[in-house]
Write a protein of this length. Structure first.
Length: 279
């Protein structure tokens, strides 16, 4: 039985009302994943002041859009997908949907378990997904507060797994580095495609061809990495013939001031910013 089928079954067995606070790109991707895997739309409320046409259309399936706490009743799970900068401004709204026993799942960068408990109350799971969640290929890392029950953790896992893989950790202090590597990581890959295309143009390729080659090379290499059991280092070595064209390029990329140094500094900068957002 595939993991997707198993998770669909887990979602379909979730009981109690779920409220999603924030239905932007990431919140909307999670919502789409839940519904695609069979979560009962009638058990979901969405708080979104500026809903897209797609979110508005989901009301026909039973989603309750911008319900009042009185109308929606007891909330078993609150998923917070707000921008971190808006989090504290939304305190009154979030608390109105939260009881002491409510599972609160946050996907906000930098927001600590302590700050989520302070603003929302409830039993908190802090998670960091990434944008490939939009196509069901995301990776999410999650950490649970000590008072979260095994059953609540299973609910959080099913909700997060609807958009891809989930890794659980016990040390919350790792979440800033997680944010820097996988949360922000897709931007680094998109930049690689962008700069590879630009370099192709500099080497004489027509812009449209260079863009297509760069996009398909990055996408195809990512899929190969996904399907292969070999390490990324082994896959790199498989492409590299001694004294060949790839070796010449890698000599530049692997120089002391090359890709390793740049990515180390980039991840360190993102980690630092994630810590600053928590203050």
């Amino acid at each position: 039985m595939s993991s997707a089928v198993t998770n669909a079954q887990a979602l379909q067995h979730i009981t109690g009302t779920i409220v999603l606070a924030g239905a932007g790109k990431m919140g909307g991707a999670m919502l789409s994943g839940w519904l695609a895997q069979g979560l009962d739309a009638c058990g979901v409320g969405v708080i979104e002041p500026q809903p897209t046409e797609e979110i508005n259309a989901l009301t026909a399936k039973g989603i309750r859009l911008n319900p009042s706490p009185k109308d929606i009743g007891a909330v078993a799970t609150l998923v917070v997908a707000l921008k971190p900068q808006m989090f504290r401004e939304a305190e009154a709204m979030l608390k109105s949907f939260t009881a002491p026993s409510t599972l609160v799942v946050s996907i906000m960068a930098g927001a600590t378990i302590a700050s989520i408990e302070q603003v929302c109350g409830g039993m908190v799971v802090r998670a960091m997904p990434n944008t490939p969640a939009a196509i069901g290929r995301g990776i999410t890392v999650a950490v649970a507060a000590k008072n979260v029950s095994a059953a609540q953790r299973a609910v959080a896992d099913a909700l997060l797994r609807a958009t891809g893989s989930v890794e659980w950790i016990d040390d919350e202090s790792l979440m800033d580095a997680v944010t820097a590597v996988s949360g922000s990581g897709p931007a680094y890959i998109f930049l690689l495609a962008e700069e590879l295309a630009r370099a192709g143009v500099e080497a004489g390729l027509p812009p449209e061809l260079a863009t297509r080659l760069a996009r398909e090379t990055v996408a195809g290499s990512g899929e190969l990495l996904h399907r292969s059991e070999a390490s990324s280092a082994t896959l790199r070595q498989n492409v590299t013939s001694p004294g060949g064209t790839t070796a010449a390029a890698l000599e530049v990329l692997m120089a002391p001031d090359g890709m390793q140094s740049l990515l180390t500094r980039a991840v360190a900068a993102a980690t630092k910013r994630s810590k600053e957002l928590a203050k």
